[in-house]
Design a protein around this ligand. Structure first.
Ligand code: PHE
Length: 344
């Protein structure tokens, strides 16, 4: 009996001594099994030695073993609960999300200022009933010049230094070439807008060998300069701001007659005169005019029945004015620090 008590005491001390050192419920479970497993646990094995004791000692001995078993069960349960709580706390700490932490910013792509301005222009003119016609970048001499009333040897050809591709083919110097395709392929009423790249052998702070233009063409009965001015007034207010006015100045283009240069009142100083408008109060933004009757004739449209207006603007120029960019090259250098400033 005392031998049994000693063994029980030893087990109790061993459990008590070790139990606090466990830091995972899994490891504790192994320890618990070594003591309490029904077949191999040390306490269970002691139970099985009861039959070797004299009959009268068995009930008391059985009780002491049972007491120890219950005590051990309670200790293991309690410790297991503590470890479990600890494990949950640790996991929660590790998985904790601080919703107040500033978000990691994700860099997204965005549109180039030229695309932004192009879209804006399309939007404005679509509101006036224009549809978009996409021209071609390689044209032949006929579409870029001759059909536009600019025959060979015409001095106006010198206005635009041309890149020739081969023979009769060239990189279009103006989106006006698209006018001819449209008028050849459709009958009035015509109301198209044609954005696209054009090419000229020209290179300085305000000129680039490749740039973008936006062409507009309206052909119908009774079209006059008044229609042009009305459309351009809407355009200038929408693009440069409320109260911006337009003014038409006489000019010359072979494919329009009369031809005008269109100025907008300076949106920086309101027309008083400043650095942007070079003290004049006006800024030149586009060329326009009434479609020359020869051009209509070249496309099989009767100029005695129909008349048209056309305008063409440089998109880079509009973007530079709108955003205060002083070198056209910034628009083509792909510097993300520059391009990133034009998120809409
Ligand atoms: N094509 C002319 C240019 O590039 C602009 C223009 C277009 C003028 C339409 C009049 C009418 O300078």
């Amino acid at each position: 009996m005392s031998e049994l008590s000693e063994k029980l005491e030893q087990i109790r001390r061993e459990i008590e001594g070790k139990i606090a050192s466990y830091d995972s419920s899994k490891a504790l479970y192994e320890f618990r099994k070594s003591m309490l497993d029904n077949r191999e646990g040390r306490i269970s094995l002691l139970m099985r030695t009861l039959k070797d004791l004299p009959k009268e000692e068995r009930p008391a001995a059985g009780k002491t073993i049972n007491d120890l078993k219950e005590w051990a069960l309670a200790r293991f349960e309690e410790t297991d609960r503590k470890l479990h709580h600890l494990e949950i706390a640790l996991r929660e700490a590790a998985e904790r999300v601080d919703v107040t932490e500033p978000a990691v910013s994700v860099r997204t792509g965005h549109l180039h200022p030229i695309t932004l301005v192009t879209n804006e222009l399309i939007d404005v003119f679509q509101g006036m009933g224009f549809t978009v016609y996409e021209g071609r970048e390689i044209e032949n001499d006929y579409y870029n010049f001759t059909a536009l009333n600019t025959p060979k040897d015409h001095p106006a050809r010198d206005m635009q230094d041309t890149f020739y591709v081969s023979g009769d083919f060239l990189l279009r110097t103006q989106t006006s070439a698209g006018q001819i395709h449209v008028m050849e392929n459709s009958r009035p009423p015509i109301k198209i807008l044609s954005p696209g790249k054009v090419f000229r052998s020209d290179d300085d702070a305000t000129h680039s060998p490749m740039f973008s233009q936006m062409e507009g063409l309206v052909v119908d009965k009774g079209i006059s300069l008044c229609d042009l001015q009305g459309m351009l007034d809407t355009f200038s207010e929408k693009i440069f701001g409320e109260g911006v006015k337009t003014r038409l100045r006489p000019s010359y283009f072979p494919f329009t007659e009369p031809s005008v240069e269109v100025d907008v009142s300076c949106f920086a100083c309101g027309g008083k005169g400043c650095k942007l408008c070079k003290g004049t109060g006006w800024i030149e933004v586009l060329g326009a005019g009434i479609v020359n009757r020869h051009v209509l004739e070249n496309c099989g449209i009767d100029p005695d029945v129909y008349s048209g207006l056309a305008f063409g603007m440089g998109i880079e120029r509009i973007a530079m004015l709108k955003y205060g960019i002083n070198n056209i090259k910034a628009l083509f250098e792909s510097d993300v620090r520059f391009a990133g400033q034009f998120r809409d």
